[in-house]
Design a protein around this ligand. Structure first.
Ligand SMILES: Nc1ncnc2c1ncn2[C@@H]1O[C@H](COP(=O)(O)OP(=O)(O)OP(=O)(O)O)[C@@H](O)[C@H]1O
Ligand SMILES: [Mg+2]
Length: 505
């Protein structure tokens, strides 16, 4: 423990993929007891660098040392044995197993004796770890029964259970509510105080400011600078990250015309995945050119509402109309043909087919309309994809690249490009900027505004109050399946009260 060697030292690390240098001679160090933030635009190389440190990828060049000792990881197993744990951007839990089973699964100490392990002893251990680190979770629950926030706790517990001394968290807060994020920061600081090193990846500068000791900024695969967090400001970090200032887009001076109702929802009810009622009698009209923003803490029925309107979930009751015409509910194709576009919060599940080329994903919904010879169709598809890749600045090797090779934020851009370029008359955007870098957030905001300006009825669902406040023409709050309208669309305190299920007096 008296050693002063850095916990992590990466020197000249280079990783090439076909058509891209994801990490370019990166030098990176993290000290014991330090929270070190990794910052950079979508596709800058943050996840790749982390994946090298966890043995998932092997670097093409460069050296890695942990606590002064050179290491070379042939697999994630080796990295875990050396004390490196990672919570990935997209989780790696087995959903039909319990929490306790998932912990034992990845543990070599349990290998070969999985069935001799006393389940109640593990349950006790999980509970103790959970209490100690403010990560409460029921050890006997099956993963599929847990919320996303709880699944993340399991991932962190798993790393702690494996006695990770170096823990990488790849955009952990992208899937958390603001309250959950605050709790996570307490856990992160505690882990650091115990001498662990936490590498923390986020696009949110205020989080980086709140939780980290130092920041390393990556740009286009290169480590540009490492600075002490105390010496940095959100502006200086943005400047380092993108090399310019970012202008914030807001809904300013929006004159409301006498516009026609486009999306009409009448007494809509729907169940959630666990069979309980998730949407309770929602009635809502969104007009052409209007951005109706739905605020709320995740898990209050927003996802089910969006899926029901988009035809992915059959309602138990209620009607949806677009421009006066009834839409056949529970039918995604009917919703698409009625002009409903949907950017889902779950980009890899309902959003994309990860193993298809990017061009296919971009045309996934419209292919039926390009009903011409198969060769011409492929040709057109590639052309369209090339345009969209350019317009939406999707960082990739080209339209034929497999979609799951893209960075997290660029995956999100593929979904957005596909939905926006279909010029829908109704656009449902659920957490559309989750996982996007600061520049891309503003880009998506300006697309939302132009969709409204072109006459679309926009339903923006977000947990990010800043986003809600920047873009809305009106604010609705979803709480336990019911929607209420804020009297003052600019009042943070009113919206906050409604999010907690209270009505302002
Ligand atoms: N398995 C892979 N095959 C091919 N290219 C890849 C692979 N993994 C990453 N890349 C490419 O490497 C570059 C860096 O990606 P990486 O995922 O490290 O970015 P990131 O900084 O984590 O971005 P984000 O903020 O969007 O998550 C991107 O251009 C990406 O497309
Ligand atoms: Mg990433």
């Amino acid at each position: 423990m008296a050693s002063t060697a850095p916990a992590v030292s990466m020197q000249g690390v280079t990783k090439r993929f076909p058509g891209v240098v994801a990490n370019d001679k990166v030098d990176f160090e993290a000290a014991p007891g330090e929270v070190h933030a990794l910052l950079g635009e979508n596709g800058a190389g943050k996840s790749t660098l982390s994946n090298i440190l966890t043995g998932l990828y092997q670097p093409d060049e460069g050296q890695i040392a942990l606590y002064g000792k050179p290491v070379a990881f042939a697999s994630p197993r080796d990295a875990i044995d050396a004390g490196v744990g990672m919570v990935h951007q997209h989780f790696c839990l087995v959903s039909r197993f319990t929490v306790a089973e998932n912990l034992v699964l990845g543990d070599r100490r349990g290998a070969g004796r999985r069935f001799q392990i006393d389940p109640s002893a593990i349950a006790t251990q999980v509970r103790e770890l959970g209490e100690r680190y403010s990560l409460p979770v029921d050890p006997r629950a099956k993963i599929w029964q847990l919320s996303i926030g709880e699944q993340q706790r399991v991932e962190i517990l798993k790393a702690l259970y494996q006695e990770a001394r170096i823990l990488i968290l790849d955009e952990p807060t992208a899937v958390l509510t603001p309250d959950e994020a605050d709790t996570l920061f307490v856990t992160v600081r505690q882990m650091a105080e115990e001498g662990r090193s936490v590498i923390f990846i986020s696009h949110k500068l205020h989080e980086v400011k709140a939780v980290s000791d130092r920041v390393t900024v990556l740009r286009a695969g290169k480590a540009l600078a490492t600075v002490r967090t105390a010496d940095a400001t959100p502006e200086s970090l943005t400047e380092l990250m993108v090399g310019r200032e970012i202008e914030t887009v807001t809904r300013q001076g929006h004159a409301k015309q006498e516009n026609l109702p486009v999306l009409e929802i009448e007494d809509l009810w729907a169940n959630g995945d666990r069979g309980t009622v998730a949407v309770r009698g929602v009635t809502l009209t969104v007009h052409s050119g209007e951005i109706a923003a739905i605020a709320g803490v995740a898990g209050n029925g927003q996802r089910e509402l969006a899926e029901t309107i988009a035809g992915l979930r059959p309602p138990t009751k209620g009607k949806v109309r677009v421009s006066g015409r009834p839409v056949h509910t529970g039918d995604a194709q009917a919703a698409f043909e009625a002009g409903i576009g949907y950017v889902p919060e779950d980009r890899l599940g309902t959003g994309l087919s990860p193993t298809l080329p990017i061009a296919m994903n971009l045309s996934l919904k419209s292919y039926r309309h390009e009903s011409i010879g198969p060769f011409l169709r492929l040709h057109l598809m590639r052309h369209k994809a090339e345009d969209e890749i350019r317009i939406f600045e999707i960082k990739c090797a080209g339209p034929d690249q497999e979609t799951d090779e893209l960075s997290g934020g660029n995956l999100q851009k593929v979904v957005i490009a596909r939905e926006f370029s279909a010029h829908p008359s109704v656009l449902i955007a659920a957490s559309p900027t989750r996982g996007l870098d600061v520049a891309a957030v503003e880009q998506v905001h300006s697309y939302l505004l132009s969709a409204a300006e072109e006459g679309a009825a926009v339903l923006l669902i977000s947990e990010d109050l800043d986003e809600i406040l920047a873009l809305n023409d009106r604010v609705l709050v979803m709480y336990e399946g019911t929607l209420t309208e804020a009297d003052d669309r600019t009042s943070v305190s009113e919206i906050g009260l409604r999010m907690a299920g209270e009505t302002p007096s």
